[in-house]
Design a protein around this ligand. Structure first.
Ligand SMILES: O=C(O)[C@@H](CO)OP(=O)(O)O
Length: 248
């Protein structure tokens, strides 16, 4: 195969555990999330994979996950590129809200539309909210273009230029690329790689902390549709848990 790409969603975060919509809020990993991340690194080694370069978002749950995984693979030294374009979807006014309470308040249809529809964003988050990132120095370059909410389509549109110019360039240079990011930024990338329709992407969920391997041909088409989880059984279980969030 021509190119080797490994996608890694961060391990369980504090707000995953508390069942809160997170988006751009910069929350930490739980102990379980740290364990998942270290295991992710071991899975890389067991599969004979050695990333040459890491791409992460600007959020510490992805950064720490990558560091823990690379530490257990003894690869902490590899070059790193970080970019807001790999951030989680900005969850708008839902950031900081409990998923079960949101489902209860707004009903199944609205809840799933906000969570998984391709092109309907939640209402925008007010700049004065304690969960707003407006004024955060890490997004200073965005100026007034910084998002106040995003749907998956918005994520795809802001992520693709980074995929095209940065990640593809590393792949073309022959590097094995590790991308440590988030449930929805990785859903956007997987949608693009696998050519998943706007409707079908609603049913795709990505588990925390389990590396997903894509072997790509010269046209960047996956050898195996959907890629290959390095621990397929754990991934199948964890996918069900993500899909049912809000319902427990
Ligand atoms: O809260 C979020 O930012 C995301 C990922 O944890 O949630 P969801 O899976 O509901 O899109």
């Amino acid at each position: 195969m021509t190119y080797t790409l490994i996608l890694l969603r961060h391990g369980q975060s504090d707000w995953n555990e508390k069942n809160l919509f997170t988006g751009w809020v910069d929350v930490d990993l739980t102990e379980q999330g740290r364990t998942e991340a270290k295991r992710g690194g071991e899975l890389l080694i067991e599969a004979g994979l050695r990333p040459d370069v890491l791409h992460t978002s600007l959020l510490k749950r992805a950064i720490t996950t990558a560091n823990l995984a690379l530490e257990s693979a003894d690869l902490l030294w590899i070059p790193v590129k970080r970019d807001w374009r790999l951030n989680e979807r900005h969850y708008g006014a839902l950031q900081g809200k409990n998923k079960a309470e949101t489902l209860e308040e707004f009903g199944e249809e609205k809840f799933m539309e906000w969570r998984r529809s391709y092109d309907t964003p939640p209402p925008p988050l007010d700049d004065s909210s304690e969960f707003s990132q407006i004024g955060d120095p890490r997004y200073a370059d965005l100026g007034d273009d910084a998002p106040r909410t995003e749907c998956l389509k918005d994520v795809l549109e802001r992520m693709l230029p980074y995929w095209e110019s940065e990640i593809k360039a590393d792949l073309v240079a022959g590097r094995t690329v590790l991308v440590a990011a988030h449930g929805n930024s990785l859903r956007a990338l997987v949608k693009h790689l696998d050519g998943i329709s706007d409707e079908d992407i609603a049913g795709l969920n990505i588990p925390t902390g389990i590396p997903l391997l894509y072997e790509l041909d010269e046209d960047f088409k996956p050898a195996v549709a959907g890629g290959k989880y390095l621990d397929p059984e754990a991934a199948a279980e964890a996918v069900k848990a993500v899909a049912s969030q809000g319902r427990k």
